[in-house]
Design a protein around this ligand. Structure first.
Ligand SMILES: NC(=O)c1ccc[n+]([C@@H]2O[C@H](COP(=O)([O-])OP(=O)(O)OC[C@H]3O[C@@H](n4cnc5c(N)ncnc54)[C@H](OP(=O)(O)O)[C@@H]3O)[C@@H](O)[C@H]2O)c1
Length: 280
């Protein structure tokens, strides 16, 4: 397959590139080369490489920055995604759009499946949802993958931050009232390939299996990394001033992958263990 990866220098895209290159002809693009907000330039780039599949990882991902600058968030997460969807459709290529658990408001007590109502509580969530809608509107051969709480070797992430902060400062305050599904980029790369090699287009949740609060996740990270967690302090979201609201519960149920028999995601603890071992 000829695969074009957007956001190729980001945390997910930079892991996806070499992962796919072992079996596919891969080309990557990022903001230094092409601004996806420019439809004509995006069309040129897509037509020039002529991919069978586009994996669209590029996004404005800083949740608080999106809240501060909604125009910037919608320009990238919604309109640039529309551009990619249009160009995929014009070429007959299939499109994998990476979306987010933040499309939910977090009021449900159980994990969210693909058939639950969306109701984002932040600009980031609303702009990514607008991207989903453009993908559905313009690109019939599309996979929308909602993932969550991503960490991986190539970008700033919560796991590395917890380990380095505890080592450097010996103290951390972490919220107990946010629950989610941590996801290792390596697992997500495998899931993305499994899906685009199929023709089961549609909406999928793709995160680590299971759920955990941010505080319990931190405890697990420190235990697995062999770091003393004596001065880890539980706090609530109210005690942590952040520009954008986060959903209290954004755990994902991978119902569609399960029903299609296409799930390769693993329990989040197993992946975390492998990730921490891979860093030793
Ligand atoms: N990280 C998470 O916890 C998480 C959770 C759920 C879903 N997701 C989704 O997963 C995907 C990958 O996330 P990630 O953490 O790998 O993101 P990332 O590290 O922030 O990478 C995104 C890349 O897109 C680039 N980009 C931004 N605007 C662009 C534009 N106009 N044209 C071209 N490229 C542009 C960014 O460049 P700059 O860095 O220069 O802006 C960056 O290199 C995103 O769609 C995100 O919404 C992430």
């Amino acid at each position: 397959m000829r695969v074009l990866v957007t956001g190729a220098r980001g945390m997910l895209g930079s892991e996806l590139m070499p992962f796919l290159a072992a079996r596919h002809e891969v080309s990557g693009t990022d903001i230094h080369e092409l601004d996806l907000r420019d439809l004509a330039a995006t069309r040129d780039r897509v037509q020039c490489f002529s991919p069978n599949v586009i994996v669209h990882c590029a996004a404005m991902t800083k949740v608080d920055a999106c809240e501060e600058d909604p125009d910037a968030a919608y320009a990238v997460n919604a309109l640039a995604t529309r551009n990619v969807a249009l160009c995929s459709a014009e070429l007959g290529a299939s499109l994998v759009y990476i979306s987010t658990d933040f499309v939910f408001d977090g009021t449900k007590q159980e994990p969210y499946n693909e058939y639950d109502m969306v109701s984002p509580v932040s600009v980031y969530g609303r702009s990514k949802l607008a991207g989903e809608r453009y993908v559905r509107q313009f690109c019939p051969k599309s996979f929308i993958l909602r993932t969550a709480w991503l960490y991986g070797k190539n970008g700033w992430n919560f796991v590395d931050w917890v380990i380095s902060t505890m080592k450097d400062k010996g103290h951390l305050s972490i919220v107990t009232d946010q629950k989610g599904s941590p996801t290792w980029t390596f697992d997500l790369c495998r899931q993305i390939e499994t899906l685009f090699m199929s023709d089961r287009f549609g909406l999928y949740h793709a995160s680590g299996l299971g759920a955990v609060t941010r505080f319990d996740w931190t405890q697990k990270i420190l235990t697995m990394a062999g770091i003393d967690k004596g001065s880890l302090q539980p706090i609530t979201s109210e005690q942590l001033p952040q520009k954008a609201k986060r959903p209290a519960n954004s755990c994902l149920d991978l119902m569609a992958l399960r029903l299609e028999g296409l799930c390769v995601m693993r329990p989040w603890e197993h992946s975390l263990e492998d990730y921490i071992k891979s860093k030793e």
